[in-house]
Design a binder for this molecule. Structure first.
Ligand SMILES: [Fe+2]
Length: 303
């Protein structure tokens, strides 16, 4: 697929929202009276998130961890933070709450985090950052309101398509949406369209976010965009999703529906030919298999 060069200038702050953490796995900290930490990513970054949050708040007992979905790089540091902050509460979707208790999901999340733990072994100095089951205290559903005190709240929006459990959070006063991966992820001039469970759901979730006319977006793995940039990002993301779906559909047609060969071809074109990536190779392939599966189902349903 021909890469179209786009450029977005992400920032690390918008009003009371800060991006904290490292590299392509940032978490977002909303500094209200009740601090809110959105998507504390891989387990190995647990100590770093803790240090950064402590730098802004002395009393962490009212900290609320809010998850957009139950992927390893969005919830990985949550058990570490639960073990190290008394009184912390976790909010996530009903579906994520179930996933985060399932032994096979926990094993997968542990395995995908282990690569980062190994790489950061020296920095971690033997500290236990291991992942374990998460007990979600506040189970959320579409259109819920997550009260933050002082009349502040997140409007909860179900935005499936990347995963079935995806939620986005809208802070109406500031006009910012925490999209997780529901609105695409940008990497080196290329817009990723991570419609892992359903292309159609992904597109309708994206349109739902566009309908809010947000003044800012907090995008997982990227940072914060404001004003016209946020609007352009969403429009480009919508276009990119259609282009990517068509590219996979063309490949499936060319390889007579052989998903395995399609995954190998796209991995060679898109991953192995590029030097740097946001994602490690194993989760890239897992995600690509899911996207190819989503397009194959879409094509079957249209036949
Ligand atoms: Fe994800």
């Amino acid at each position: 697929m021909k890469r179209k060069k786009m450029l977005f200038k992400f920032s690390d702050q918008y009003k009371n929202v800060l991006m904290i953490g490292n590299g392509h796995i940032p978490a977002f900290l909303y500094c209200s009276r009740k601090p809110v930490l959105i998507d504390p990513g891989v387990s190995a970054f647990g100590p770093l998130y803790l240090k950064k949050v402590k730098g802004h708040f002395q009393n962490l007992e009212s900290l609320l961890i809010v998850l957009t979905h139950a992927h390893f790089d969005h919830c990985g540091a949550t058990p570490y933070l639960i073990r190290n902050i008394q009184g912390v509460k976790v909010a996530a979707s009903l579906q994520a709450a179930h996933i985060l208790k399932r032994p096979n999901a926990i094993a997968l999340i542990k395995r995908l985090n282990a690569e980062y733990e190994q790489e950061m072994k020296d920095d971690l100095k033997g500290e236990d950052v291991s992942f374990e089951a998460i007990c979600v205290d506040i189970e959320l559903d579409d259109a819920d309101t997550l009260e933050l005190g002082d009349r502040e709240f997140f409007k909860v929006m179900s935005t499936p398509g990347h995963t079935r459990d995806c939620l986005s959070y809208y802070l109406p006063d500031d006009g910012i949406v925490f999209t997780g991966e529901s609105a695409g992820v940008f990497e080196d001039g290329f817009m990723h369209s991570p419609f892992l469970t359903s292309y159609e759901d992904y597109v309708s979730s994206l349109k739902k976010i566009i309908g809010l006319k947000p003044r800012a977006l907090a995008v997982a793995h990227n940072g914060i965009l404001t004003g016209e940039d946020a609007e352009i990002f969403l429009a480009e993301s919508l276009k990119a999703a259609e282009d990517y779906k068509n590219m996979i559909a063309d490949c499936l047609t060319e390889y007579n529906g052989d998903s395995k060969r399609v995954v190998e071809k796209i991995t060679a074109d898109e991953y192995d030919s590029q030097p740097n990536h946001i994602q490690k190779r194993a989760p890239f392939i897992l995600n690509l298999e899911a996207k190819v599966g989503a397009v194959a189902r879409l094509m079957e349903n249209k036949d």
